[in-house]
Design a protein around this ligand. Structure first.
Ligand SMILES: NC(=O)C1=CN([C@@H]2O[C@H](COP(=O)(O)OP(=O)(O)OC[C@H]3O[C@@H](n4cnc5c(N)ncnc54)[C@H](O)[C@@H]3O)[C@@H](O)[C@H]2O)C=CC1
Ligand SMILES: O=C(O)[C@H]1O[C@H](OP(=O)(O)OP(=O)(O)OC[C@H]2O[C@@H](n3ccc(=O)[nH]c3=O)[C@H](O)[C@@H]2O)[C@H](O)[C@@H](O)[C@@H]1O
Length: 492
């Protein structure tokens, strides 16, 4: 990655930034396009369309199935409240299409919201972000655009990616001109709509005052001006990685303490409460769990680690890498505890898996802790019966096949046998639990708290164990029913 000299900086709020470069005057934005109709592109653009009826928003993607879903009643993303937001604007000023070229040509402002997964090959494999999709978008824009366009990085990117984007855009043969902004997204899945309606802040990094103002004006339709924070490009890019690293670090920190709690009869929820009441620490993101998942925390920290190594900062890299290692340890520890508790063997024993999504209120399973817990249980020859209220059975099968392949192109015969014979995916919590020796709660779905535990206990093998990877059943009288209950970070 080239490291050009750091250019103009501006770190103040939008209303006080005389140091921004004046560039091409930008007309008020009336046409927006977003490349990438995923978990971020779809909801984010739907919110802009809802809040800005004067702006035409077109979301485009090369994945025709995904676009068809966005145009149907079954949206590809499950998010509370999203159906209403989409249906309010779709067909009015919100459109989903596969015609990427036309959308770029028509738009004044182009968001890039494509995936930036961890690279799995070549230099930086396992750490660096794979930026091929970003680069393809930049090349497509350079090829198609005419006149002046504002290009907005919405995807999470390594710091200084805008330099590469600008260099590619500068090669546009049509003579088109561009401003590049960084506008990272901070929404969390499961609460995307509320996060978009009332964000803690909207961050915009850029060098051209006119372009920054144009994007500020879009958000100012509904976000209070004091929450529109503008910075230089590099601070904006780096703030996104840093925010995710800090959030994940809190989860790994409390999870590390959960192991100590189990060894000492302290209770991690009590410890979290006690430290969280210190206003300097704060109560959020201190919920001990079976480990954080989701498409971003791990990939963004690994990317941060890679960047630190790239810039010759091995101590910093090592510091952040520990957050991911602790998360892996938490998942492994959970399985070991199950095996130990079930008399040191789970071979041929049925374990009911409650929840497969990486958190409640989403159908997303990317990097879900459940994938790795199920893999390790399968390696122990357990028979697993999985129920999740929102995740498709095919998705679960795909995730398990991928993790069992472990980077190889083919499944080994042994893994294939385990997947065929030891995995069932069911549509009901009772089916998952019937004849099971133990239940592992891996996602904190609210409905699990209301289960008919008397019936579940009656239908399980005895002794009946519950391993609660989310501590959501902790306050229920499960011992009175006859269960042996274990959660994370406390002992009973
Ligand atoms: N998922 C989340 O909650 C959050 C994700 N982010 C970041 O936002 C970015 C996007 O994430 P997701 O929406 O989750 O990814 P996603 O995988 O759900 O969606 C990305 C979409 O981009 C499309 N795409 C890829 N290359 C394309 C191209 N050349 N032309 C047109 N479409 C193309 C893919 O087909 C896919 O539908 C990532 O950088 C991620 O780190 C940031 C905040 C939250
Ligand atoms: O860049 C991203 O993709 C997003 O990543 C996270 O959002 P998300 O991964 O959707 O969900 P979180 O609520 O952050 O949860 C992440 C994981 O941590 C776990 N978690 C979270 C909080 C906690 O206290 N304990 C805990 O185990 C969750 O169960 C989940 O598996 C950030 O919260 C968002 O701000 C960011 O935009």
């Amino acid at each position: 990655m080239p490291v050009p000299p750091v250019s103009k900086r501006h770190d103040k709020m939008i209303l006080t930034q005389p140091q921004l470069e004046q560039s091409t005057n930008v007309e008020p934005i009336r046409k927006i396009c977003c490349i990438g109709a995923g978990y971020v592109g779809g909801p984010t653009m739907a919110m802009i369309a809802k809040q800005c009826p004067d702006i035409e928003v077109k979301v485009v993607d090369i994945n025709a199935d995904r676009i068809a879903q966005w145009n149907s009643d079954e949206l590809p993303v499950y998010e509370p409240g999203l159906d209403e937001v989409v249906s309010e604007s779709r067909g009015r000023n919100l459109h989903f299409s596969t015609d990427v070229d036309q959308a770029i040509a028509d738009a004044q402002m182009i968001f890039i919201s494509v995936n930036t997964p961890t690279k799995h090959f070549g230099v930086g494999a396992g750490r660096a972000a794979n930026l091929e999709f970003i680069e393809k978008c930049a090349r497509k824009i350079a090829e198609v655009a005419q006149g002046h366009k504002i290009v907005v990085e919405k995807s999470t990117l390594p710091v200084r990616t805008a330099e590469a984007v600008k260099a590619i855009l500068a090669g546009a043969s049509s003579g088109a001109t561009f401003d590049v902004l960084s506008n990272p997204e901070f929404l969390a899945e499961g609460t995307a709509v509320e996060d978009l309606v009332a964000p803690d802040r909207v961050l915009i990094g850029g060098e051209s005052k006119a372009a920054v103002d144009a994007l500020v004006d879009v958000y100012a339709h509904w976000v209070p001006r004091e929450k529109l924070l503008t910075t230089n490009l590099w601070s904006s890019e780096l703030s996104k990685l840093t925010a995710n690293a800090f959030l994940a670090q809190r989860v790994s920190s409390i999870n590390s303490i959960s192991a100590l709690c189990e060894a000492t009869e302290a209770d991690v929820d009590e410890v979290a409460m006690a430290i969280g009441m210190d206003s300097r620490i704060g109560p959020k993101f201190l919920k001990s769990s079976v480990g954080f998942g989701g498409s971003c925390f791990q990939k963004d920290i690994l990317n941060l680690v890679y960047l630190c190594e790239y810039f010759g900062l091995p101590e910093v890299a090592e510091y952040w890498e520990q957050v991911v290692k602790m998360n892996d340890y938490q998942k492994t520890r959970f399985v070991r505890r199950i095996v130990r508790t079930l008399f040191n063997t789970v071979s041929d024993k049925k374990i009911g898996i409650w929840g497969f999504a990486f958190k409640k209120d989403t159908n997303d399973t990317r990097e879900s802790a459940a994938i790795y817990i199920c893999r390790d249980l399968l390696h122990e020859r357990a028979k697993i019966s999985i129920y999740d209220p929102r995740v498709d059975a095919e998705q679960i099968r795909r995730d398990l096949a991928d993790v069992m392949r472990n980077g190889d192109s083919e499944l080994s015969a042994a893994s294939e046998k385990l997947l065929n014979e030891n995995v069932e995916i069911v549509t009901d919590i009772h089916e998952a639990s019937k004849d099971a020796h133990g239940i592992a709660v891996l996602t904190e779905w609210d409905e699990f708290k209301d289960a008919d535990f008397e019936r579940i206990h009656n239908e399980m093998k005895k002794p009946a164990f519950i391993f609660d990877g989310r501590n959501i059943l902790k306050n229920l009288p499960l011992a009175d029913i006859g269960f042996i209950y274990q959660g994370i970070g406390f002992s009973r």
